[in-house]
Design a protein around this ligand. Structure first.
Ligand code: HPA
Ligand code: ZN
Length: 326
């Protein structure tokens, strides 16, 4: 069986990672102090104790308020730099990282400060750690379609700093179709498209159908409910649409890692791979997610190598960069 040391040493790409989900308790406390913010919690253990949830809604209810400590360009730089260091330590060679601008602009933080801070971290991490990374702008699906459109227009002057757009937050009553216009515009401007189809949500399989047939996404985030419709599995296999799976996150949000579904899709030839989603909240970075799945599903060495190869194949690196890893 593949050991933790083997997994950590295996070159991997991480494609489903929310930068705001990497806010560790110690950094939260340090940023609060730097920005003169009074928190209810004074110690790492007290912050940790607020990281309590058992479904998507209860997770999001902790995740958004914690972001109040992020105020300046430097804060966003420090957050992304801390993640990239940990990722590089776990064998991540390339990361495509989500960020949630509306969670900051809605508090009065300028869009430019968010994106410039994150981007500066990617530039320095490449030089100092040898890890490549890029940014995916996520729209909050529980906000309006107009807000997404307006946020995208704010991003247009910064399109060189963004590789794609995504969709996250509360899926209930917020189907992919709601954002079709903004995703069409993003594609016309050359961006890649991905959307969350979270685990076991109301309408999951219908949302998966919409992202494939109506939106035309390049990847699907989570999306393992696709096993309910074998004809859709055939479509993602044939089109090479990647599925970004997050086993430890699944076990928090649905109390099921969805190991059987992940293994089935892997063995069916779907480009599925393993990611950490919100590692500061779920307690595992990417190698820890591989370890958890190996333990649960008894993956072979070949399975683990295939998952890592899929992570590069489903990435948005150019063909030459991909070839260097495959
Ligand atoms: N699903 C929806 N919204 C999110 C997630 C997720 O996995 N992580 C951070 N915001
Ligand atoms: Zn996610």
């Amino acid at each position: 069986a593949p050991t933790s040391a083997f997994i950590a040493g295996l070159p991997k790409a991480e494609l489903h990672l929310h930068l705001e989900g990497t806010l560790e308790p110690d950094l939260k406390l340090a940023l609060a102090q730097r920005n003169g913010i009074e928190l209810d919690q004074k110690t790492v253990a007290e912050v940790q104790a607020t990281y309590e949830f058992n479904d998507l809604a209860s997770f999001l209810a902790v995740y958004y308020p914690a972001m109040e400590v992020l105020r300046t360009e430097q804060d966003f730089y420090d957050l992304a730099t801390a993640y990239l260091r940990r990722a590089a330590d776990q064998g991540v060679r390339h990361a495509e990282m989500f960020f949630d601008p509306q969670a900051h602009t809605s508090r009065g933080v300028p869009f430019a400060d968010v994106v410039n801070g994150y981007h500066r971290a990617t530039v320095d991490a490449r030089a100092e750690l040898g890890i490549s990374s890029s940014l995916i702008l996520c729209f909050l699906r529980d906000m309006s379609a107009e807000s997404a459109a307006q946020t995208f227009e704010e991003a247009v002057p910064f399109l060189d700093l963004i590789v794609g757009v995504g969709l996250d937050s509360d899926e209930r009553d917020n189907p992919p179709r709601k954002f079709a216009d903004t995703f069409t515009r993003a594609r016309e401007l050359g961006l890649k498209l991905t959307m969350h189809c979270d685990i076991d949500q109301v309408g999951s399989i219908e949302h998966i159908r919409q992202v494939i047939e109506e939106i035309g996404v390049d990847r699907i985030d989570h999306g393992t409910n696709i096993v309910e419709d074998p004809s859709l599995v055939d479509v993602v296999r044939e089109r090479g649409i990647g599925l970004t799976s997050c086993p430890v996150s699944n076990s928090f949000v649905t109390s099921d890692m969805k190991a059987d579904e992940i293994v089935q899709l892997l063995h069916d030839g779907v480009k599925i791979m393993i990611n950490s989603d919100d590692p500061a909240y779920f307690g595992a970075y990417v190698a820890g997610n591989y370890d958890a799945l190996v333990e649960k599903a008894g993956l072979s060495l070949d399975d683990v190598v295939r998952l890592a190869k899929n992570s590069f194949e489903a990435s948005w690196l150019d063909d030459e960069a991909k070839a260097g890893y495959l």
